[in-house]
Design a protein around this ligand. Structure first.
Ligand SMILES: CSC[C@H]1O[C@H](OP(=O)(O)O)[C@H](O)[C@@H]1O
Ligand SMILES: Nc1ncnc2[nH]cnc12
Length: 291
């Protein structure tokens, strides 16, 4: 089964409501094992692939998640559009717990991640000025508004390494940068989705005010999960409404050609190992496997 639409569920979203499960596939990738099996099924009749980012039972920290294997697995199952759901802290009073935001920009503070498929003899530099797909994010925003959900677009997300939350000083610093949201996962996923030529959008569900509000205790994980559980139905409702709209509509963006101007290495120098490892991504550009 081919699933052109993929969903990655983050903290508090470990299964997709309404997904009529066909099968769970354990995908092997050149980058190791994904966080768990990919659940293939139909959402209101539309084929969808679902993966829990932190694994079943939430077993991987944001630094341990094998983002490369996760994106690779979804790509190998035919995913072209990938919608991620992520729990985030709010850095500005106008973003309130329980509300949804669509992410359009990132500041990357991660330090311990494998965040590219390339290297080992094949170099690519993808454009990342617009790190999420504006078309996919636009469809989510319009659909969220039509459903009267508390949703806004254009959010700036600081991606920290974690797993500990920010100090108050860091939280205020991020706020002073004009950032809207903070989380620990999205920029890594977005980079890899771009290299894999997937459309990528992030539905951020605000769960807390991080640590900048002097009068409050800083965020803790239990309260994040409580707020997520109380509000995850909003993200699920948005997904269920948008998936049928996307299905069958051709992609009108450049995400599917992200590698076209990015591949830098002279083809004749690319080692057979790199060709084999990256075949899924680059064979269409003449860098495929050699026998
Ligand atoms: C459980 S609080 C911190 C945790 O929640 C967010 O996860 P995700 O982005 O996968 O929804 C954040 O990034 C941290 O991983
Ligand atoms: N305040 C916060 N910081 C980092 N990641 C988060 N995920 C949810 N809330 C968060």
């Amino acid at each position: 089964m081919n699933a052109p639409i993929g969903i990655i569920g983050g903290s508090g979203l470990y299964r997709m409501e309404g997904l009529a499960l066909d099968r769970a596939v354990a995908v092997q990738t050149p980058f190791g094992e994904p966080s768990g099996p990919v659940h293939l099924g139909a959402l209101d009749g539309i084929p969808v692939a679902f993966l829990a980012r932190h694994g079943e039972g939430h077993r991987f920290t944001p630094s341990e998640v094998n983002y490369r294997a996760n994106i690779w697995a979804l790509k190998s199952l035919g995913v072209e559009r990938l919608i991620s759901v992520s729990a985030v802290g709010s850095l500005q009073a106008r973003h309130r717990p329980g509300e949804l935001r669509l992410v359009s920009q990132f500041i990357d503070k991660t330090r311990h991640r494998k965040d590219t498929f390339f290297g080992g003899g094949l170099v690519a530099h993808v454009s990342f000025a617009e790190p999420t797909c504006t078309h996919l994010s636009g469809a989510l925003l319009a659909t969220g508004r039509a459903l009267s959900l508390p949703v806004e677009g254009d959010a700036l997300y600081v991606c920290m390494e974690g797993p500990a939350f920010s100090t108050r000083a860091e939280s205020r610093l991020h706020q002073s940068w004009g950032a809207d949201l903070i989380g620990m996962t999205q920029v890594t996923e977005a980079r890899l989705a771009r290299e894999a030529e997937l459309c990528y959008a992030c539905i951020a569900l605000v769960t807390d005010y991080d640590a900048w509000r002097e009068e409050e205790e800083g965020v803790d994980a239990t309260s994040v999960l409580e707020v997520m559980h109380a509000n995850v139905d909003k993200a699920q409702a948005l997904l269920r409404q948008v998936v049928p709209q996307l299905s069958g509509a051709p992609r009108a963006c450049a995400c599917g050609e992200a590698l076209k101007a990015a591949l830098f290495t002279a083809p004749e120098t690319v080692p057979a190992e790199a060709r084999k490892r990256l075949d899924l991504l680059v064979s269409k550009y003449g860098y495929g496997m050699v026998d």
